[in-house]
Design a protein around this ligand. Structure first.
Ligand SMILES: Cc1ncc(COP(=O)(O)O)c(C=O)c1O
Length: 392
């Protein structure tokens, strides 16, 4: 496909694999074998069965009548919040644990921001009886306490990272450092970031989201292609999955919503596409937030899952080539959108997914336009934030 990376893992000028010598052998083997493994009938059968019987797929595509009325278009929500463990992250975790098993690895490490990827990874490790260590920024351990408790209940070790801003970037830094020292471990990356082949592995495993949307729209609207697909972007995995089978259909407008924090005119945001510059972070070339000294800047977002100073290389490429539209939603806009989904549709979204919903008032929809918002996760983990912010 036109949007596959080249053999060195590049999407245009973005991507690649900037890795230390210690990891070259393992990542090289993964790069050589991943397509053959993921495309094999054995893998496909096992993955599809797990997605169906364990994760609960297909997730519903819900026509949202009151949001549709308010925004003057036919708005659908892709209900990834209803998956086992509460978000899209389980799709990738199930796929990669099968890949790790195939590569012969028994110790799984992972980073997490909102805790959803940590919970998904702890879940699949418990299921397969594998040792699991999750790295999580100390700030996120605090603001996503429910998910920390879930990971512990599932038998994972949770390492609170206090370095730097003690959020997602710092968790990834420490996970990579551990991996360099223990290359025999499998790093189950949670987003479409990192060195090649991880962005492509994650995009392929999450692509079940857009595969289902096509079928579900055909049933409900009589046509497979929507006019718009909207997703929030932290590292880009839910967006990659929601966009994947529409990438080559140019009539489908793809909207990436990043975290605008306190506003993109200042420095307190995580809007790497809107405000970043090209550079290298966590093993690949992409759009990164740097400070005036050329150091990676501390990002900020109310949402732990979007609080990251980079973005996956596919997403940087989509933005640069004009294939996608990029918006930044502030904390306030995301909170308002979360309250609106709760009050109009009876659905409490994750604060990450609320950023995607925050795009609805700001896009020029036509009355007959079919709009799909990827509702990447549920809001249980964010209840303390919602209660505090709304004074409930
Ligand atoms: C519910 C939810 N949505 C979105 C994200 C952002 O990640 P990504 O951009 O990889 O989908 C996260 C990350 O933790 C999340 O938990």
């Amino acid at each position: 496909m036109r949007y596959d990376p080249d053999q060195n893992g590049y999407y245009g000028e973005f991507g690649g694999a900037f890795i230390p010598d210690e990891l070259k052998e393992n990542i090289g083997q993964l790069a050589e074998r991943y397509v053959e493994i993921i495309e094999s009938p054995k893998f496909k059968k096992e993955f599809t069965t797990l997605l169906k019987n364990y994760a609960g797929r297909p997730s519903p595509l819900y026509f949202a009548p009151r949001l549709s009325e308010k925004y003057g278009a036919r708005i659908y929500l892709k209900r990834e919040d209803l998956n086992h463990t509460g978000s899209h992250k389980i799709n990738n975790a199930l796929g990669q644990i099968l890949l790790a098993r195939e590569m012969g690895c028994t110790h799984i490490i992972a980073e997490t921001g909102a805790g959803q990827h940590g919970v998904a990874t702890a879940t699949v490790c418990a299921k397969l009886g594998l040792k699991c260590t999750i790295y999580m920024g100390a700030v996120d351990v605090e603001r996503q306490a429910l998910n920390v408790a879930r990971m512990k209940m599932l038998g994972a070790e949770v390492e609170a990272v206090t370095a730097g801003g003690a959020t997602l970037k710092d968790a990834v830094d420490v996970a990579f450092a551990y991996w360099v020292a223990h290359p025999e471990a499998y790093y189950l990356l949670g987003s479409a970031v990192g060195p090649h082949p991880f962005p492509d592995i994650v995009a392929r495993l999450q692509s079940v989201i857009s595969e289902e949307i096509r079928k579900q729209l055909k049933e409900q609207e009589g046509r497979e292609l929507p006019d718009w697909v909207i997703a929030c972007i932290g590292g880009g995995s839910n967006a990659a999955g929601a966009f994947y089978h529409f990438l080559e259909s140019d009539s489908v407008r793809l909207v990436q919503v990043e975290a605008g924090g306190h506003g993109t005119e200042g420095n307190e945001h995580a809007a790497s596409l809107t405000c970043g510059t090209e550079g290298i972070l966590h093993g690949s070339r992409s759009m990164i937030l740097f400070d005036e000294n050329g150091e990676v800047r501390e990002p900020y977002s109310i949402s732990a899952g979007l609080d990251y100073p980079g973005i996956g290389p596919l997403h940087a490429y989509l933005a640069k080539t004009g294939r996608s539209t990029v918006l930044a939603a502030t904390d306030g806009q995301a909170l308002e959108a979360a309250r609106e989904a709760a009050r109009l549709e009876g659905i409490i979204p994750a604060i990450e997914s609320a950023h995607a919903l925050a795009a609805l008032p700001r896009l020029p929809f036509g009355a007959d336009d079919v709009v799909v918002v990827n509702l990447s996760g549920r809001g249980d983990k964010d209840m303390p934030t919602y209660l505090r912010e709304f004074g409930l």
